[in-house]
Design a protein. Structure first.
Lengths: 110, 109
């Protein structure tokens, strides 16, 4: 069955430090994959999307993600975190419908 | 401009009252969705609509029904609302990636 696992419910990083949020997916085939961000009291916004092709995709605000078929992963990265990145991040895989992970809360320390 | 709108943004109802949540999109997407999100939790899919009058249950359809009479509008109806339906409700539309509305915060007293 299709599913998405975000193993870290909460990640804390210092402002200016690098970031990796993990995502593992279960899918038989080559998926479409997404990362969304949800700021407090707002809806989800698309950060970036992967369609089969270049495994590294660039998103908004300096985010990028790397698709790995061998590891069934789609981890999100950012080189230098800003306080405004404090939000919940959702990974998702698309197959007929979109399946979302449970989200990772990113906390940014000053 | 690609946009999903939701009305109302905030709603307080008493248990047993009927609730109508409305969603609109301007992208001519065929597929639309209703989700609920409870505090600290992820999204739970209530219903999917594949086009006008073509709706399917999601993961938690009990207690809800939907209506889609125009491609750009998708309504979520709670007949006789219950206190455990207090939540934030999100609508989304998609061709491939989903676009989300700002949410409706529903409180059932």
């Amino acid at each position: 069955a299709q599913s998405v696992t975000q193993p870290d419910a909460r990640v804390t990083v210092s402002e200016g430090a690098s970031l990796q949020l993990r995502c593992k997916y279960s899918y038989f085939g080559t998926p479409y994959l997404f990362w969304y961000v949800q700021y407090p009291r707002q809806g989800l916004q698309l950060l970036l999307k992967y369609y089969p092709g270049d495994p590294v995709v660039q998103g908004v605000n300096g985010f990028e993600a790397e698709f790995s078929k061998s590891n069934s992963s789609f981890h999100l990265r950012k080189a230098s975190v800003h306080w405004s990145d404090w939000a919940v991040y959702f990974c998702a895989v698309s197959y007929n419908r979109i399946f979302f992970g449970d989200g990772t809360q990113l906390v940014v320390k000053p | 401009d690609m946009k999903v709108t939701q009305m109302p943004r905030y709603l307080i109802k008493r248990m047993g009252e009927n609730v109508l949540l409305e969603c609109g999109q301007d992208m001519s997407h065929e597929t639309m969705y209703w989700y609920r999100q409870d505090p600290g939790l992820g999204l739970q899919l209530i219903y999917i609509s594949y086009d006008v009058d073509s709706n399917s249950e999601g993961d938690i359809p009990k207690g809800y029904r939907v209506s889609r009479k125009k491609r750009e509008h998708f309504s979520l109806i709670l007949d006789s609302a219950k206190t455990n339906q207090t939540s934030v409700y999100f609508c989304a539309s998609s061709r491939v990636e989903q676009y989300f509305g700002p949410g409706t915060r529903l409180t059932v007293l």
